[in-house]
Design a protein around this ligand. Structure first.
Ligand code: ADE
Length: 224
């Protein structure tokens, strides 16, 4: 999979993909991530990319020309399955959306900044709008990093133990069960006996039950 990200602050996107699972996915050649600076597509002398909003009001808006120039340059090189704008008024991100997107070949993500991007870009180029939650970030970059991480780890062969993504929280509308590691006892706090029993089927049943109880207690909405 290839993911291109258009941003006014591409340096914000360096660290999230340089470590751990995201780094290994790129090293294995399973995932390619390319960040692009919107400023590189500005025709202005000062390389400006934003302007005051028509109608007045506080806050700058990212201009249409540099973003469209960048989108069209990238589109001339490959066909994108989705062009996604990260915005607090988009569809709220869910595991099911991540599952669908992990099957695509080419994604283009657009990060807003300040007040956002000119509405005409959203109407004529964007195919999906995604929010990572009901709060406002100063730009779409951290949201893009969340989206890429959530999608990237689902691509087959990215996780060493391929099955582990299948048992993540939300994969079947249930939260994940509790997990423990050594030592089996710490300050008198013991790991549940069942997990030390070696009885695979009973352990599986215990985990299913814990998943259900945890979901019922914390996120009953998921069970509806
Ligand atoms: N940009 C600013 N806030 C955001 C959010 N909550 N989700 C996605 N993009 C955003």
């Amino acid at each position: 999979m290839r993911i291109d990200i258009l941003s006014a602050v591409p340096s914000l996107l360096e660290s999230p993909f340089s470590h751990s699972i995201m780094r290994r996915a790129q090293e294995k050649g399973i995932l390619e991530i390319h960040s692009h600076d919107i400023r590189d597509y500005s025709n202005h002398k000062q390389k400006s990319i934003d302007d005051y909003q028509f109608g007045g009001g506080a806050g700058m808006v990212l201009m249409i020309e540099p973003i469209v120039a960048a989108i069209e340059k990238l589109q001339s090189e490959r066909q994108y399955d989705e062009i996604i704008y990260l915005t607090p008024d988009g569809t709220q991100l869910k595991q099911s959306i991540c599952n669908q997107l992990s099957l695509k070949n080419n994604l283009l993500l657009i990060c807003g900044h300040y007040k956002g991007i000119d509405q005409r870009i959203r109407e004529h180029f964007i195919t999906m709008e995604i929010s990572i939650g009901d709060y406002v970030l100063s730009g779409g970059e951290l949201a893009a990093a969340v989206l890429v991480d959530a999608i990237g780890r689902l691509i087959p062969q990215v996780l060493n133990d391929e099955t582990s993504a299948l048992f993540d929280s939300f994969q079947d509308n249930l939260l994940a069960p509790p997990v423990y590691t050594r030592p089996a006892e710490f300050r008198g706090w013991k790991v549940p006996d069942i997990l030390l029993s070696g009885h695979t089927q009973k352990i599986e049943e215990w985990r299913d039950e814990q998943s259900f109880l945890r979901t019922q207690a914390r996120r009953p909405d998921l069970l509806k």
